[in-house]
Design a protein around this ligand. Structure first.
Ligand code: GLN
Length: 287
């Protein structure tokens, strides 16, 4: 007979080769919670409960997936972002803490007390759009993705979070907004793919399992950012903002692209590591 406490200690050993003891303990505990459908407090209170063979086998199966490198967010099917619990599948990029920088910078441009038309390009799980909608009830948020599977996940997230006023549209960047009659936006935000094709990071860690279309973008990583910057002006109101997340070394390139396209008031926002991770510009022309 094996009790929860003993089993947790045993299997944690299998992860300590690849993770710190602290991380391994946390991940194993989360597998156990997932299988037993309980929270951490329950686990502590029931540390001496006996596990069934099926329960142990189910935790072992999750552990083996982790040992083979699969990200936690895909194994558990969930990831927390900006205080929201999001369904996350292999069709979507895993929301990252760095992207909370983009959300913060974007919220600073959205008034709390008035209607504001916001567009999120390449929404994936819906993380950015839903975080904005949760903080700005007056904002009318539209989110697009070119992946029908990702949109399905984003829609489920909006429903489970009761943020179903966010509108999801299948579109490759602005393709569905081609008609000039379409409403223009006050804020366009995006965390597009921005890693250089062939970059070593694509073959490491969680990125190995994520959709390449959400990660890589041409030889310098800027192909999609160029498209977005060049097409955004047709879809922005005057004094509207374009907010872009980008790679750790792309801030000056993105600022230059924004300047070249006629954007003004170009600034950067720093991620948790103090790196310029977000660049924004204001559209002030009338064309
Ligand atoms: N920030 C991610 C990473 O470098 C990449 C996400 C993206 O390309 N938008 O892991």
């Amino acid at each position: 007979m094996t009790v929860i406490k003993t089993f947790l200690n045993q299997i944690t050993q299998q992860l300590v080769n690849s993770l710190s003891t602290e991380e391994a303990t946390l991940e194993v505990r989360r597998f156990m919670q997932h299988v037993l459908k309980v929270d951490h407090a329950w686990l502590i209170a029931h540390a001496n409960d006996v596990l069934t063979l099926e329960q142990m086998a189910a935790v072992e199966a999750l552990l083996q997936r982790r040992i083979s490198g699969e990200p936690m967010a895909y194994i558990l099917g969930r990831r927390e972002f900006y205080g929201l619990d999001l369904k996350t599948t292999k069709a979507t990029l895993i929301p990252r803490p760095d992207t909370e920088t983009l959300v913060e910078a974007t919220l600073a441009k959205i008034p709390a007390d008035r209607v504001c038309l916001v567009l999120d390009l390449g929404t994936g799980t819906g993380a950015i759009a839903l975080a904005i909608a949760s903080q700005r009830p007056h904002a009318q948020v539209t989110a697009v993705d070119c992946s029908a599977e990702a949109l399905q996940v984003a829609t489920e997230n909006s429903e489970s979070l009761k943020l179903s006023h966010v509108k999801f549209i299948k579109s490759h960047w602005f393709s569905e907004f081609a008609q000039s009659s379409h409403a223009k936006f006050d804020v366009i935000v995006s965390n597009p793919p921005y890693i250089r094709e062939g970059d070593i990071h694509l073959s490491q860690g969680d990125l190995r399992f994520e959709p390449i279309s959400a990660l890589a973008s041409g030889v310098d990583g800027l192909d999609d950012i160029r498209i977005i910057i060049n097409q955004a002006p047709q879809h922005l109101n005057i004094n509207a903002w374009l907010m872009l997340e980008h790679g750790y070394n792309q801030a000056s390139d993105v600022a230059q692209l924004l300047r070249d396209a006629g954007f003004m008031q170009i600034t950067h926002a720093l991620d948790l590591a103090g790196i310029q991770r977000v660049t924004l510009g204001c559209w002030q022309s009338s064309s």
